[in-house]
Design a protein around this ligand. Sequence first.
Ligand code: PEP
Ligand code: CO
Length: 461
Amino acid sequence: MTASASRPAPGWSPASWQSRPALQQARYPDRPALDAALAELAGLPPLVTSWEIHSLRKQLAAAARGDGFLLQGGDCAEGFADCQADIIANKLKILLQMSLILVQGLKQRVIRVGRIAGQYTKPRSTDLETRDGLTLPSYRGDLINGPDFTAAARTPDPTRLLLGHGRAALTLNFIRALSEGGFADLHHPENWDLDFMAHSPSAQDYRKMVEALGESLRFLRAVGCSASGELARVQFFTSHEALHLPYEQALTRQVRSFPGWFNLSAHLPWIGLRTADPDGAHVEFMSGIANPVGVKLGSGLSPEWLEALVARLNPHREPGRLVLIHRFGADQIARELPKMIAAVNRTGNPVLWVCDPMHGNTETTASGYKTRRFDRILAELSLAFDIHRELGGHLGGVHFELTGDDVTECLGGARGLDEVGLERAYRTQVDPRLNYEQALEMAMAIVRKLRAPMSGGSVNL
Ligand code: PEP
Ligand code: CO
């Protein structure tokens, strides 16, 4: 990391956001209890380390140069109840399998980042919710309050900050254990659930891809990479929306290994669309931390706004610092994205461009399910690859809401999940996620779209 990355602007401190307008914050009725929880949090061990953050920054810088590809994915909102071995392992498993498909197809290193171990807060369109004449605070994620529509559940509770830190630590502890060798078998497509492929019109392409991957892995084993050694170890990073600023502040620390301030609650915190005001509290906070920082971009934002934002968050134009995650929707991307790319090009900032094809393609069915269509998601992604390439750059990553479980929340995919089918296992508290099969198919569809050579070359795991 360059020296400037560790030097925040004069006047910045982990608390300097407090003098700016902070949107989407919880209102705690018991201020002393909040202060006590934050003081305790500030003394607890961090969740990630500065050297892991440093390594991620280097990898993101390489990806921005075209050497590497970011795969970011996980729940829209993690619940504390999701802190279970199977759910965590399944999420890692799908991310790993998708990444192997992408590595093989793109012939590039894939950086795996979960929306995991801390994705516990949600921005909401209204502060309050009214049902049958009763008005209560909106549910803002498990870090703040509970989803049940009772005054007790909906009142922001500071002890949840400690519980959330604990749940994130338990989740990460398990992730780290699995990453150190628990995935040996998963590297082999023979062990994957691939029945869905038969239902796809692209079945033949998909089968070839899987065969080529199996071949490459057998080759690696033959030349001495053992399934229990290097192949079994994988690197995972964590990310979440850095929405709850007092929580993020409490986990922002100085370390011995590097100068500067590190937000040690996650490797890659991001700023959501609703809190990306260059003069606002969230941008102020993120401007001074040494982590790589993501920002969501959507329709209605101006190129001037983006230029100001990029200058605020990456004034020294450091590679690996800024990840711009666009989410315009399949209908709007062709109109909006070129303006945004031109704005960033004017600044000369070496950002990593990532497409979130989920949040601009949300719709509600006649029976009231919030959903997304596989084809619309893929259409936006496909346009994103084309637009970046036509404008002389490249799309360096993808951002999905997904789960490793067999939920029925998004429509379509090889099995043609329809509106009636949504009822079977619709579980999300917030946004609809791709299920295991849909997520794996999405990775294959990306590779198919890019028509990368399916054989030859080596796989860099
Ligand atoms: C999200 O990623 O869950 C989210 C709320 O996204 P956005 O800020 O892009 O709306
Ligand atoms: Co979401």
